[in-house]
Design a protein around this ligand. Structure first.
Ligand code: DAU
Length: 355
């Protein structure tokens, strides 16, 4: 598909990855972007500075579980593509309250697929040929790796948390809507994202904010779990590439080739904070505290992104060292963004202990 003169629905566009996608599309393409977001606790329109004045941008507060509401938007905007980033995404929350994950991630994706299909069937043959439905998913659908190996596009699904099971389920629905109804779908599965505008429940922003406050830094279990870190702007570029040039019916893994233990991540944040925002009370590593492990905690994720690199020419531009430094500096400089979240009542407390 071509971005010029096209209209793209981005669901979850007020979320972390969705907002990065919208910023990327508005800055680098001529696409018209419609941000469809329910505005849950993790959504934040402050992550989209300058969009109100942008004639290529529209916002619609809309839940993807509401078929009639979605239908109204499909009729109003006649989109050429849908990028589905609307999701409940926090593993710890899914342990305490899986219901919302089943609703948004499974029922919401189903409802969006149905309305996209209805819209697609109403299009001219030329427009049908061009239409794309890109579903953004996670490497957590593949479960946990041992010491060796990588997730590829043909790794069997083995989700371990309510969150990852709900995303796995949504991936299967998207695949089925292509195989059964010919809806032109694509799926991406990404590793752990990080960068600016990340809601502070996730490891990296949580540690930065706690570190700045001089509070304990809670490391789950032994801290030796491994995640493969992907700078969010590299991810946004990958998604635009898959939308424009990906082969319909295919899935693409997106990962930064940046495996790090949680201990390494937290130590790096401590050292960067000590450098950028020194504390009178000394080195932040002393704040690191081992706490009870996450139930069902996946040990290691690692993505093989060679298909995306080989077939679409994508390359991550940030490595972990460059990305984490940018991220720490952003949180130090842009305190108004995350302090507003704390002021709205986000308590940054431990959840997901299954108690
Ligand atoms: O792999 C992609 C996934 O990455 C996405 O699909 C998820 O939506 C996203 O939340 C993320 O899942 P994780 O569970 O890996 O991310 P989280 O930031 O919650 O935790 C990262 C690691 O850090 C994990 O091993 C748990 C650990 N952790 C997390 C927090 C919040 C801690 O040790 N302490 C903490 O306070």
């Amino acid at each position: 598909m071509h971005f010029k003169a096209s209209t793209i629905f981005v669901t979850g566009g007020a979320g972390f990855i969705g907002s990065a996608v919208i910023r990327h599309l508005l800055q680098n393409t001529h696409a018209r972007v419609v941000n469809i977001d329910k505005l849950t606790y993790a959504a934040n329109l402050n992550s989209l500075p300058g969009t109100n004045e942008n004639l290529n941008y529209a916002f619609e507060q809309q839940c993807i579980c509401d078929g009639l509401g979605l239908r109204r938007l499909f009729e109003k905007y006649q989109p050429d593509a849908v990028m589905n980033l609307a999701a409940e995404s926090h593993v710890d929350r899914s342990i305490d309250g899986p219901g919302e994950f089943i609703q948004t991630n499974i029922v919401g994706t189903f409802t969006l697929l149905q309305e996209a299909l209805r819209h697609w069937r109403s299009l001219s043959p030329e427009k049908r040929e061009q239409f794309r439905f890109l579903h953004i998913s996670t490497d957590e659908v593949f479960g946990s790796l041992g010491d060796d190996g990588f997730f590829t596009e043909i790794t069997a699904y083995a989700p371990n948390s309510p969150y990852s099971a709900s995303k796995a389920s949504s991936d299967h629905l998207v695949r089925a809507w292509h195989e059964t109804y010919d809806l032109p779908t694509l799926i991406t599965n990404c590793s752990n994202n990080y960068g600016p505008y990340h809601f502070p429940e996730k490891l990296i922003p949580h540690m930065i904010i706690k570190g700045l406050a001089g509070e304990p830094l809670p490391v789950y279990g032994d801290g030796k779990n491994i995640r493969d870190w992907l700078y969010v702007e590299d991810h946004a570029k990958a998604l635009a590439l898959v939308l424009a040039h990906g082969v319909v019916g295919e899935t693409y893994n997106v990962g930064g080739r940046n495996e790090r233990t949680n201990l390494h991540v937290v130590e790096s944040i401590c050292d960067l904070l000590d450098h950028v925002a020194p504390s009178a009370t000394g080195a932040r590593r002393h704040l690191m505290t081992f706490v009870a492990d996450r139930p069902g905690h996946d040990r290691r994720y690692a993505i093989d992104a060679s298909k995306l690199e080989r077939e679409l020419g994508w390359r991550a531009q940030e490595n972990f060292e460059s990305g984490i430094e940018k991220t720490v500096r952003w949180y130090v400089d842009e305190q108004f963004w995350w302090r507003a979240i704390l002021e709205r009542g986000y308590a940054a407390k431990r959840v997901g202990l299954n108690q």
